[in-house]
Design a protein around this ligand. Structure first.
Ligand code: UDP
Length: 250
């Protein structure tokens, strides 16, 4: 395990298939986010699951983007397994869905401003309604769907900037969401931007979260596959991930 970064922001990182992953729990992630919120520069947080790591392993551009992130959380049982092989013992995954939940809870106490960008028409708004009900006082200041061409990124960024968000959640799938964040952060001015994949679909109720039994058995991927067989191409990445990690030299 390597320790990198400035003294004020020491990071305990490992590399899986050449991709940096921070050895953090959910509580440590939230503590980091609070430091980011207290500072005045845009930060990118990536939630890296096995698929993201395989994509980054094969795509130098995406790997660079992750390399430049301020925090890369271990998302998924496959990543926890691979991290353990590198000496990083983690007991929990830090997923986009869970980060959205915890940050909204924090916002209800502290009042910082959250913007939800991504998913189909009306989904982010519905997710915002549900989150406001769950955490009264949670300060979601705006929402927008994630279906627009990348040529419109700057226009969309300027629309979002009007809402002066502190935290920007972007749910547009990888690597599109991270590319949007990095290329527009200077225009939006949020202190933290986090790519959160299919999270708004979950909070809006469009996608049902796996029942507790599946979560406990760490079989959420199987549940998602049962509900949406088109996810098979993503699930097929898992054996590839395992094979590449087993072949990787320590
Ligand atoms: N999405 C979007 N814009 C696009 C493509 C996808 O907003 O151009 C949304 C999509 O509706 C979904 C989310 O991005 O809500 C990504 O979902 P996916 O399940 O692919 O993400 P994962 O969590 O698997 O990375």
């Amino acid at each position: 395990m390597a320790t990198t970064g400035l003294a004020a922001e020491t990071r305990a990182c490992i590399r899986i298939l050449g991709v940096p992953i921070d050895c953090v729990t959910m509580d440590q992630t939230l503590a980091k986010l609070e430091t980011f919120l207290a500072a005045d520069q845009p930060r990118l947080v990536v939630t890296a699951d096995a698929t993201a790591i395989v994509i980054a392993h094969e795509d130098a551009g995406f790997r660079q983007l992750i390399e430049s992130a301020d925090l890369v959380t271990p998302d998924g049982i496959g990543v926890l397994w691979a991290a353990k092989r590198r000496g990083c013992m983690l007991t929990e995954r830090v997923s986009g869905v869970d980060i959205v939940d915890r940050v909204c809870q924090l916002s209800a106490d502290r009042g910082f401003r959250i913007y939800l960008l991504g998913a189909g028409q009306g989904v982010a708004e519905l997710a915002a309604e549900k989150l406001r009900l769950k955490y009264p006082g949670c300060n979601i200041v705006g929402t927008r769907n994630g279906y627009f061409p990348s040529e419109s990124d700057e226009v969309v960024a300027r629309e979002i900037a009007v809402f002066r968000p502190d935290v920007l959640f972007v749910a547009m799938g990888m690597p599109r969401q991270e590319q949007f964040i990095r290329s527009t952060e200077h225009l939006i001015g949020a202190k933290v931007a986090i790519g959160v994949g299919g999270s708004f679909d979950v909070y809006s109720g469009k996608t049902k979260r796996a029942p507790q039994t599946f979560q406990k058995l760490r079989l959420e991927w199987l549940w998602r596959l049962m509900l949406n067989p088109s996810k098979i191409s993503k699930v097929k990445m898992l054996p590839k991930f395992v094979m590449l990690v087993l072949r990787e030299k320590h």
